[in-house]
Design a protein around this ligand. Structure first.
Ligand code: SAM
Length: 279
């Protein structure tokens, strides 16, 4: 008995199904079910929610989510070797776990889930940032999700919650903080995982705001922020000159100094510039 459910311990599951970790799939598994239950709890009360989990692997976090009472879980896994272990979990929680084999980047969650939806995942590091940016930048807001509770490499987590003036401040901070409240809620050392990754990890909890903090078009804001931070050491007037003719006038119209660098510009400033460029 594992302590949180009647399924076999994860080490046995991994041995039985031959789930040796593959680096190319970003496989660093969490085998401590007390820890996965703790991560699941960071997402709040899940009893009235559907949960999207990306990359369940052998199912440690999936088991945490179900044991903590999630109404339904959709688990999307690219590695077919994991499916028998996940089907065993589905049988232990009838009607509450749907497993989809495939690439999370190709999935339409709304074809499977019913609102309210929360996303909880120990993300594969190679697609984590791409998924986060997608979830933060749909053209319309609010998005399909209420909250995201996501494990990242510690350094990525720090970039999501960074404030202006810090080295970690950049595109991720602006996009995340524009439309959500983002907090680091847990830190995990490498030895929490099997095999241990090279770096520490952290769980970030993002709650979707009912509307963005400042008005701006999502696509324009993304272009502004990408250009500004691509050349973060340059002054705005030269980093952004490809965005529009007479960028200096536009920077001034947005209340920004053309000699500032991207790192110094608060979220509000990027949104003001996106509005001027979109006018
Ligand atoms: N959730 C498990 C845990 O916490 O032990 C595994 C986490 S592991 C960091 C990431 C998982 O994502 C692996 O199981 C891997 O096979 C899966 N994965 C990698 N790329 C994927 C993709 N594009 N779509 C869906 N799953 C993917």
């Amino acid at each position: 008995m594992s302590g949180i459910d009647s399924l076999p311990p994860l080490r046995e599951v991994i041995a039985e199904h031959g789930l040796s970790a593959k680096k190319a799939l970003g496989q660093n598994f969490l085998l401590d079910l007390n820890l996965t239950a703790k991560i699941a709890r960071q997402a709040g009360d899940l009893s009235q929610c559907d949960v999207l989990e990306i990359g369940p692997g052998p199912g440690g976090l999936t088991r945490g989510l179900l044991a903590e009472g999630a109404r339904r879980v959709l688990a999307v896994e690219k590695d077919a070797r994991c499916l028998p272990a996940l089907e065993q979990i589905a049988r232990a929680y009838p009607g509450r776990l749907e497993v989809v084999e495939g690439d999370a980047l190709m999935l339409d969650p709304l074809a499977h889930l019913v609102s309210p939806i929360r996303v909880v995942a120990n993300l594969p590091y190679n697609i984590g940032t791409e998924l986060l940016v997608r979830w933060l930048t749909p053209p319309d807001w609010p998005p399909f999700w209420e909250s995201l509770t996501l494990m990242f490499q510690r350094e990525v987590a720090e970039r999501i919650v960074a404030q202006p003036g810090s080295k970690a401040y950049g595109r991720l901070a602006v996009l995340a903080q524009w439309r959500s409240d983002a907090r680091v809620v847990m830190s995990l050392p490498p030895n929490a995982f099997t095999p241990p990754p090279k770096v520490a990890s952290a769980v970030v909890h993002l709650t979707a705001l009912p509307k963005p903090r400042y008005p701006a078009d999502a696509a324009v804001l993304q272009r502004v922020v990408a250009a500004a931070f691509n050349q973060r050491r340059k002054m705005l007037r030269s980093a952004l000159k490809g965005l529009a003719p007479d960028i200096e006038t536009k920077l001034h119209a947005a209340g920004l100094s053309s000699t500032d660098r991207a790192e110094q510009v608060p979220l509000e400033g990027f949104c003001a510039l996106a509005r001027v460029l979109n006018a």
